[in-house]
Design a protein around this ligand. Sequence first.
Ligand SMILES: NC(=O)c1ccc[n+]([C@@H]2O[C@H](COP(=O)([O-])OP(=O)(O)OC[C@H]3O[C@@H](n4cnc5c(N)ncnc54)[C@H](O)[C@@H]3O)[C@@H](O)[C@H]2O)c1
Length: 460
Amino acid sequence: MEHTINQLLNYLLMKRRDFISTGSTFVAGSLLASPMIGLSENLILGKKTKLAMVGTGVRGTNMWGKSVVEEYSDHVEFVGLCDINPGRVEYAKKYLNVSCPTYTDFTKMMTETKPDILIVTTKDSIHHEYIIKGMEFGANIITEKPMTTDETKCQQILDAEKKTGKKVTVTFNYRYSPHRARIYELLRAGVIGKITSADFHWYLNTSHGSDYFRRWHRLKEEGGTLLVHKSTHHFDLMNWWLESEPSEVVAFGQLDFYGKNNSFRSTNCRPCVHKEKCKFYWDMTKNQELMDLYAANEKHDGYLRDGCVWKEDINIYDKMAVMVKYANNVQLSYSLTTYSPYEGYRIAFQGTEGRIDAWIKESFREGISEKYDEIMITKNFGDVEYIHVPHGGGGHGGGDSKLKDFIFKNQTVDPLRQSAGVRDGAMSILTGIAARKSIETGKSIKVADLTELKPLAKKI
Ligand SMILES: NC(=O)c1ccc[n+]([C@@H]2O[C@H](COP(=O)([O-])OP(=O)(O)OC[C@H]3O[C@@H](n4cnc5c(N)ncnc54)[C@H](O)[C@@H]3O)[C@@H](O)[C@H]2O)c1
């Protein structure tokens, strides 16, 4: 099998050389230039890059805060932290162990600190305001997914990037997991011929899935529904794997488990009188970090981290099915489930010469090695081959640390085209936005009708 993998990698390298010699971008060493290259100037000059962050919740303080300070301080330094919650931003400063000033006024932070890069890690519905203002203040942007939640805000971001000449990077950590990267390599190497269709089914278990129904994600107006908030990851993977862009979307979605679908409810778990009988009772007091970050700061904004999953205001779908036609004619069947007994996904690509299947069971690995993930290649009229990909260490299958290494250390090469710019950020949410519109209108939605972006058969 090793032999086959080496053959594939050689083939890939050849293809990459072909691409580079005919493409518009050339980087010595036959590797592609990253869309994030603008962020690397300081690295080349040996200067520390000045970072500011807006939104100091759990994602900001951990993925983009503490670990960046601990692992990349040779290259970067925080010059400002901002959040609307004054208690949380103070906690973040202590937790990150930095000496920079904290702010609840974003304009003041940008004026006083003049960061090179602004990291946007607020709730989704407000990303666009900070992305746009950040660029207007002269910063490049690293934003968490989803880039934004609707097509109007998306167009505003596209316009602002053009107007300011600054760069938006969307942090699609899922692209960086070794298993998914290997799928990308196999598809590019053409092992199943021309790809014609794909199946992608994602299962969030009762613990992970329910967490999206506890806080702001539960509201369409805050997270754009899970078709945007969560599926942006999945649709981005699909765009990247297929090297194409979505053109038309039809979808169904309903809320038939969480929210109003229960006989009892509370505001949140800690004071709840139904603790004994509720299977979704979650004792956040056992997690000191969450108590310090959220519970200790509820007095400032009323944000309940352990909100009740049965709240009647929940207005997102908890089961979703989406059909997508790509500009290169590939057809995708996708679904998202939010109360599965186990966590994981199934992915399959059908090609003219065979099929690639892959499964991940993250919290239920019976019969599957803990050390690797599997990919199955079946040739039409041929043999089956299994490829075992060792897990990457750390969050999101190893994707989180690889993404940070790429951004903060080595961002001039990107052989698997894993970095994502504004167009990738847009295309990944436009599928979800179109799906939401399809559910609301009962119609098929054309992605080209949403913003100025026209879907390309071959993604750039
Ligand atoms: N890539 C991934 O795998 C991944 C994982 C988790 C979260 N995320 C993303 O990270 C972002 C943050 O998620 P989180 O779980 O930390 O959420 P969170 O709610 O815990 O944190 C968001 C923070 O933003 C602050 N905030 C809200 N409105 C604000 C405003 N108008 N101005 C300034 N600050 C404001 C809140 O006070 C809070 O501290 C989200 O966009 C989410 O989608 C990505």
